[in-house]
Ligand binder design. Structure first.
Ligand code: NAP
Length: 244
């Protein structure tokens, strides 16, 4: 039997964790919800870098490491690749393809917050769907701009910003209603890929809005990479000796 350590943080990881039995461990950073109804073991919190992760792998007798973290969670993916190398076990990763701009899209890639902040100067009503990072900049919002920031948890805004705590998936109807009500003039997004948060891009296209896209980080090459959670699950089921 192959004992798995599944590094999660996205819906694809939870879908795999739901199908794993008691020998396997599902690990979460602890930022989002921690499910309490799983058959596999669940652990929460950092390992203390690649060395801590390698020590955990040895202690627990893990045979295969699965990196099913978010495409922008570059630190844990780097740690996973390094810890697998140090312990001599394979690391398999979900490397979800990014979204592609199509006809009617006006996407502008920005490398980091500094580039984003310059690009934002042209707009009055930006909609941020990047996670927590805008919170650090709420005091820098220029007069004449009003920000809407959507992230996982509630947070107080200020006179120039409203923070919406909400979790995907987001339907097209709901996104259309939000864009219409708030009259956004630009969308700011990661290029996360997947379907759960894709509707906002269609609504931006329908409304002729530009999208400022934060560039994807470079992730390490690992033993096997999969573009969907289902393909990864199929490969796990084909392991000799099974999953117990
Ligand atoms: P990160 O910068 O790559 O990771 C920061 C630190 O968090 C890691 O060094 C590690 O701490 C700990 N960590 C991350 N994932 C972990 C896991 N599955 N189990 C145990 N520890 C973990 O990642 P992040 O951007 O902060 O994201 C944190 C988590 O949220 C990830 O699991 C990711 O999949 C999820 N998430 C991130 C985003 C995003 O846009 N960044 C979006 C949705 C979900 P130690 O070094 O101490 O081990």
């Amino acid at each position: 039997m192959t004992r798995l350590l599944l590094l999660g943080g996205v819906g694809d990881a939870l879908a795999i964790a739901r199908r794993l039995g008691p020998p396997h461990i599902y690990s979460l950073a602890g930022l989002g919800k921690v499910p309490s109804d799983l058959t596999c073991q669940v652990r929460v919190g950092g390992f203390g870098g690649a060395a801590g992760l390698a020590a955990f792998i040895r202690e627990q007798g893990i045979d295969l490491l699965l990196d099913v973290t978010h495409p922008y969670a570059a630190q844990i993916s780097a740690n996973a690749a390094r810890a697998a190398e140090q312990t001599g076990i394979p690391c398999w990763a979900l490397r979800r393809p990014g979204w592609q701009a199509g006809a009617g899209d006006d996407w502008r890639e920005v490398a980091d917050w500094a580039e984003l902040s310059t690009a934002l100067g042209l707009f009055q009503r930006p909609f941020f769907t990047l996670g927590r990072e805008p919170l650090q900049h709420l005091d820098e919002i220029p007069a004449g701009q009003f920000w809407t920031v959507r992230m996982l948890d509630e947070h107080p805004g200020n006179v120039r910003a409203r923070v919406i705590g909400d979790r995907g998936p987001f339907s097209l109807e709901r996104e259309r209603a939000l864009f219409a009500a708030e009259n956004f003039d630009v969308l700011i997004s990661k290029n996360s890929g997947g379907s759960a948060t894709e509707a906002k891009l269609q609504v931006a296209r329908e409304r002729g809005l530009p999208v400022l896209i934060l560039a994807r980080p470079t992730l390490p090459a690992v033993a096997r990479e999969f573009s969907t959670g289902e393909a990864l699950w199929q490969a796990l089921q084909a392991l000799p000796g099974g999953l117990g």
